[in-house]
Design a protein around this ligand. Sequence first.
Ligand SMILES: *Cc1c(COP(=O)(O)O)cnc(C)c1O
Length: 293
Amino acid sequence: MVAFDDLYGGTKSMFEEVLVERLGIDIDFVDARDPGNVEEAVNPDTHLLFMETPTNPLMKLCDIRAIAEIADTYDALLAVDNTFMSPYFQKPMELGADVVVASTTKYLNGHSDSIGGVLVLDDEELYDDLAYLQQIGMGNMLSPFDAYQVLRGTRTLAARMEQHESNAQQIADWLAEHDQVTQVYYPGLEQHPQHDLAREQMNGFGGMLSFEIAGGMDAAETFLTSLDMIPLAVSLGGVESLIEHPASMTHSDVPREVREATGITDSLIRVSVGVEDVDDLIEDLQQGFQAME
Ligand SMILES: *Cc1c(COP(=O)(O)O)cnc(C)c1O
């Protein structure tokens, strides 16, 4: 396999601990922002390319169409984790991916009250194989109640995604001008290094963003514990906004040198922007910044 080196933490540790360590599968992790790195790692024995775009929490993109062409050349499958954009903003199969992976826990369910995941594919043989492995072989069945909740969530997916994006864009624009912020990562900002690719392969920029606040761990802690409205919590994609500190929360098991080399510093803060009134969200963030002074 060849995989993006910036996958969701749980995916990366599952690949390393289960696929590599226990099942003996070879995986090359590469910086897939440059498709050339993927091309270099692929060889005739490669069966699967596994990508995610945009990634968590630094919103790095990879070019699905270019990587799908590499997969085709080597007769390998391309799977794309589309959790961050949801099918409303990005359709990897239309760009050449063979399998789409999504955590339904996030935007598809949208209400933070169900845990699940889905594989989407249109190859019947592969479908039968994966359905057998996942549901019968490994027992990964969604309960009827969870299935009902996800189905309920998908009915408002479009309306929610529009509001997530509108709020996130306004907050990103506001943060980009803020003097206590040194960097903002949001694909909808023109300054995002892959903004053009984002415009090309996505129909919107989604509700996830991250930023660096001026000051280190102490500043981050003061800021995060001063918010009234936005809870400090992991997970994402629900109607309510959530804020978190990757270095001490979602990415705390990544060694510090690795974290810092990839850009996950002590002053990085990630926001899953919800669908609330954007002025209320900005007001809450602003009083967090004031507490730092
Ligand atoms: C949360 C997440 C997952 C894992 O989903 P769970 O439903 O929490 O198991 C996988 N990929 C991405 C990008 C995620 O954000």
